[in-house]
Write a protein that binds this ligand. Sequence first.
Ligand SMILES: [Zn+2]
Length: 283
Amino acid sequence: MAFGGLKRLALRSKKILPDGVFMKCEGCGAMIVMKETEERGGVCKECNHHFRINARRRIELTLDPESFQEFFSDLRSSDPLKFSGKKPYADRLKDSQARSGLPEAAVTGIGRIDGRELAFGVTDFFFMGGSMGSVVGEKLTRLAELALERRLALVLVCGSGGGARMDEGMYSLMQMAKTSAAIARMRDAGLPYIVVLTNSSYGGTMASWASLGDVILAEPRAMLGFTGPRVIKETLKVELPPGFQEAEFMLRHGLIDMIVPRSKLRETLGRLLGYLAPAPAAK
Ligand SMILES: [Zn+2]
């Protein structure tokens, strides 16, 4: 946990040296000091590459210290289809729980930014690619309902490169409608909803809650889209423009509102919440 997912990612890509002190940056190829990079929130000091970080680290970096109170942490996925791909779904769940230290791919609760209370949720790429099964969909929906009940703004951070979780088939796809309906109820109630897209955000999550923000932020060079560039290229037999589906490309084409470096995320969210959720900060 101490490494916020950085070490695990580096190990997987074999870019960490045996002593565990240095790792190779996947952005610029420079050898960088792991501990220092971790302290910088998982951002390379040479090239500003934003490594993936896990949900707990995201909460630490974004919310006021010790302000996060987790909700719905008791929900666990079942295996309604008794699905088995290369590996049975039940086993994949157990492996992901052991690797990530999380019961599921979403962490949801109430926290504060600059003293202002908000509903806050994160999907964690390190748990089955952050994919949305029934539990992720249910947690995000309940969080939106909690925001409605308490008249709070909702901020969701998407690290769902896995999109909808195919191991749950239609149950997974149903979460797209369920989460979107919950967001629509927030809109009807005039409560702000901000999304932060991180590398990578794809598939069924991008086709539902992750693209419905009143304000949509993204981290620099995050890959965002519905279907990935390789599949699009092979299916359509076309050359894709440079930077296709990178956050900067999406901003130029009007699909997102702002690119915010991780070091400025907390401050930016604080400012946006100040504009959009003008309730007085708690004392
Ligand atoms: Zn770098």
